[in-house]
Design a protein around this ligand. Sequence first.
Ligand code: HEC
Ligand code: HEC
Ligand code: HEC
Ligand code: HEC
Length: 171
Amino acid sequence: MDRINILGSGGKTKTMKMSRALILTVVAVIGLAVMGSGLFAADVPDVIQMKDPIYSAHTRGIVSFTHTKHYADYGISCGECHHDDKGQPLADLKTGDTTHRCSECHSKPGDVPRTALKDLAEDAKTKLTLEYHAGAMHLNCIGCHKDWNKEHGKRGPEGAPISCNDCHPKE
Ligand code: HEC
Ligand code: HEC
Ligand code: HEC
Ligand code: HEC
């Protein structure tokens, strides 16, 4: 009986230790999963330094993107830039929510090589361009800026910037 008791209590302590270790492991795994999934913390800076970690080195000056200004002052909805894995706008996204890095899906660093676009139809060009991070960023940022300037009779840099050095500061 004594032996069984000792074993019993020993077993209990062990179970408790095990479950603590298990909880710690689960917490660690969830932490890693969140980091790995590219989910951002909900604490978003007003100006985002666009320096995506998929690049081993940037060849251009780092773009300071006025994130808050774009939706608060320029009145652009979240879903114009943030979308799901099918490219459908995240219409319900709101301040405080988390989201995914663009590079999670537009995952090749840099822009599409011009030679790769040769002889492709427009659709195929866009599709291939979107595989590249800088390709997708430029389509998003410069695409809207061009339209906006046209609509408002402005030109970069007085309007929304469309030339390289107006976004990428000279180093
Ligand atoms: C004009 C385009 C645009 C608009 C509008 C926009 N975003 Fe973003 N947002 C971005 C870009 C680009 C990033 C940077 C993502 C990256 O580097 O991969 C970003 C980053 C974020 C992040 C993560 C930031 C971090 O560093 O932790 C969150 C969260 C976010 N946006 C939420 C929102 C919400 C909510 C709205 C609407 C209220 C919104 N965004 C409107 C383009 C936009
Ligand atoms: C979860 C995956 C995913 C994330 C994250 C993502 N995209 Fe996309 N994106 C897609 C898909 C899928 C398409 C549609 C591609 C197609 O139609 O061939 C797309 C399309 C686009 C297009 C084409 C025009 C349009 O709006 O349909 C642009 C530009 C673009 N993404 C930029 C961005 C930017 C900028 C970010 C970050 C703020 C981002 N994407 C985040 C998957 C993603
Ligand atoms: C859907 C439209 C839209 C998209 C997408 C967009 N912008 Fe803009 N952007 C604007 C408008 C509108 C202005 C203000 C133009 C003005 O006031 O003359 C602006 C202004 C700017 C400016 C100059 C003023 C400032 O706030 O710093 C920069 C730099 C800029 N955008 C960078 C970016 C970058 C980088 C991206 C992509 C990550 C982006 N924008 C995506 C609409 C857009
Ligand atoms: C409206 C703003 C805007 C304009 C204009 C623009 N870019 Fe970019 N570019 C970006 C953003 C945002 C990124 C993503 C950087 C990141 O998140 O790391 C980028 C990424 C890049 C990259 C990959 C990162 C690097 O530094 O190697 C290259 C190369 C690049 N741009 C070249 C150009 C060239 C060349 C032009 C002019 C033809 C240009 N860009 C115009 C906003 C812009």
